[in-house]
Design a protein around this ligand. Structure first.
Ligand SMILES: NC(=O)C1=CN([C@@H]2O[C@H](COP(=O)(O)OP(=O)(O)OC[C@H]3O[C@@H](n4cnc5c(N)ncnc54)[C@H](O)[C@@H]3O)[C@@H](O)[C@H]2O)[C@@H](O)CC1
Ligand SMILES: Nc1ncnc2c1ncn2[C@@H]1O[C@H](COP(=O)(O)OP(=O)(O)O)[C@@H](O)[C@H]1O
Length: 290
């Protein structure tokens, strides 16, 4: 098992060239949100921008976009058709699919809810898009009975389950996930050909070739709603910038935890918020000389 360290990150991340432009850093779309879960898309989008995505678009139910757009000045938005319950309507694919054909990467699932419509949308995205994909939260819940769908992705996807989501995906109890997370993550990654980020106090990252990484940054200040949404946006940003699926996951997981560790030097873990972690990301990257 390889331990993730700042030295390892320095071999994978490059400083920006002075003459660079936004087109060099990819186009990322975040498909997220539903009535009652408007914070998740906002946090994923902000975290992606703080992690260097060139052009970031939030694609969400139209009413969610109306709520959050003012707080996401640097992002573009793609308002999508929604159901009466405030989740995405399956007909939104007429707008979303052509949009995704032009994107480098897509993060899907944060705060999406699980309905028949979202299940159809996730299947459609997996089967019909060519960009790099990250599936989190309700995108994982949507494929819980059919994880083999991941094998239809055009490029190696990243999945970011917490132990509850991993248990649903594998059809096992949470206690079984926790009894040997590294072994389970590796088996899942090898079986379905995806980079598996099994989150927890000490997150493990498994690649489809069986390589395993172990992260030691992060603390209990992250044990709050929103921390996972941030991580998804961060991995998406690195995917958009051209990192491989495994490198994007390894770098984002370490930096996410390191931001919480820096905050713990002057903030009680009890009062730390996901938004504080987002704001701390540039300081962590500065310390890495990025
Ligand atoms: N502000 C927002 O809009 C937020 C929206 N969220 C969204 O809410 C939806 C539901 O996600 P949730 O994760 O809350 O609900 P879930 O029902 O998927 O998972 C929560 C349960 O998973 C288990 N679990 C999670 N982490 C664990 C660990 N480390 N060890 C052991 N057991 C663990 C626990 O039983 C926990 O109660 C998702 O779409 C998510 O993106 C959340 O991210 C919270 C914030
Ligand atoms: N006690 C902890 N120590 C270190 N990291 C933690 C701890 N609790 C949570 N985290 C991290 O915070 C994130 C939580 O993700 P998740 O449960 O999906 O949150 P949410 O869905 O509410 O946004 C993961 O990256 C996890 O590794």
């Amino acid at each position: 098992m390889i331990e993730v360290t700042s030295d390892l990150l320095c071999t994978k991340l490059k400083k920006r060239a002075p003459d660079t432009h936004k087109g060099d850093f990819g186009r990322l779309t975040i498909v997220a949100g539903s009535r009652g879960m408007v914070g998740a898309p906002m946090m994923a989008t902000l975290a992606a921008m703080r992690t260097g995505s060139g052009l970031t678009t939030l694609a969400a139910p139209a009413s969610v976009v109306s709520c959050v757009a003012v707080g996401l000045m640097e992002a573009m938005t793609l308002p999508l058709c929604e159901t009466e319950q405030g989740g995405l309507d399956a007909s939104c694919m007429e707008t979303l699919l052509p949009h995704l054909q032009k994107q480098t990467a897509c993060v899907v699932g944060c705060g999406l809810g699980v309905t028949n419509d979202t299940k159809q949308i996730i299947k459609n995205i997996i089967e019909n898009t060519k960009c790099k994909l990250l599936l989190d939260a309700d995108a994982l819940n949507a494929i819980a009975g059919t994880p083999e769908l991941l094998q239809s992705c055009a490029q190696t996807p990243v999945v970011t389950p917490h132990p509850g989501e991993m248990a649903r995906l594998c059809g096992i109890e949470i206690s079984a996930v926790l009894s040997n997370p590294a072994k389970l993550a590796r088996t899942f990654a090898q079986t379905y050909g995806c980079v598996t980020v099994l989150k927890g106090h000490r997150t493990v990252i498994a690649a489809p070739d069986g390589t395993l990484f172990h992260n030691t940054t992060g603390n209990a200040g992250l044990a709050k709603g929103g921390s996972g949404d941030i991580l998804s946006g961060m991995i998406g940003a690195f995917l958009a910038q051209g990192l491989s699926a495994v490198d994007a996951a390894v770098c984002a997981v370490w930096i996410h935890g390191a931001a919480a560790d820096r905050l713990s030097e002057h903030m009680a873990l009890t009062g730390m918020l996901a938004r504080d972690v987002i704001d701390e990301l540039p300081a962590v990257m500065k310390a890495l000389d990025l």
